[in-house]
Design a protein around this ligand. Structure first.
Ligand SMILES: [Zn+2]
Ligand SMILES: [Zn+2]
Length: 221
């Protein structure tokens, strides 16, 4: 990463102190984890914060919440999902974020135990302005995000940070989001009889009476 990009991330990240305890550290980290300065990640971050606030919930440290992000893939602003993930703490590794293929800039934040949820959706004019911005125009011409000049990308973030939630989002009322009954977490390991690698017991497969991992079994996922 170029030194001037690191410096700009530190400067923008410090503004995250407005987002409460550890806000600056988390917002700064989000840029580093995301990899570049863009408008999508901070917008998703703000959406995640707004959803937590609407649900009266704290950032998820354990496994109690779930995010369904509606962005899908194959378009210019998938970065939004990274911001939502980092603000809510509903991370990929914890299995707490799912992506629907709607191609919409909205997230649903769900409390698993109560099924209580809120949906936060970016206002159309915000997305339209974002797609008309010089940043997205340059991306359209094939310029990588890290190659977009900082005097183009930085104001995009500053502008977002200066806005109130109601200037950015439509918020739903709290609603009930049905979830299938989750099986209990499995704590048993099996060693695959073919490759010798360890596999979670609930993902092992029997073939000719032997416990195998999925690839060795030849079965389809
Ligand atoms: Zn991005
Ligand atoms: Zn195997």
């Amino acid at each position: 990463m170029k030194p001037e990009q690191i410096e700009t991330i530190m400067e923008l990240g410090a503004k995250g102190s407005a987002f409460g305890e550890m806000g600056d550290t988390l917002f700064t980290s989000s840029f580093f984890i995301h990899g570049h300065i863009c408008g999508g990640m901070p917008l998703g971050y703000r959406a995640g914060l707004a959803a937590l606030k609407a649900l009266g919930a704290e950032r998820e440290l354990n496994m109690a919440k779930l995010v369904v992000v509606e962005t899908g893939t194959g378009h210019a602003a998938g970065c939004f999902a990274d911001g939502a993930q980092m603000a809510t703490g509903c991370t990929f590794g914890k299995g707490l974020i799912k992506r629907s293929e709607y191609g919409k800039w909205a997230i649903n934040l769900i409390e698993k135990a109560s099924h209580k949820a809120v949906r936060v959706s970016v206002l159309p004019e915000v997305m339209q302005a974002s797609f008309a911005s010089p940043f997205v125009q340059m991306r359209h011409k094939g310029v990588a995000p890290t190659e977009v000049p900082l005097d183009v990308s930085k104001p995009l973030v500053e502008n977002l940070l200066a806005k109130q939630d109601e200037d950015l989002f439509t918020m739903s009322e709290v609603f009930d989001y049905p979830l299938p009954e989750a099986p209990e977490a499995n704590f048993n390991l099996v060693v695959c009889k073919s490759c010798g690698e360890v596999v979670a017991e609930n993902k092992a497969h029997l073939k000719d009476g032997k416990a195998l991992c999925l690839p060795c079994s030849g079965y389809r996922a």
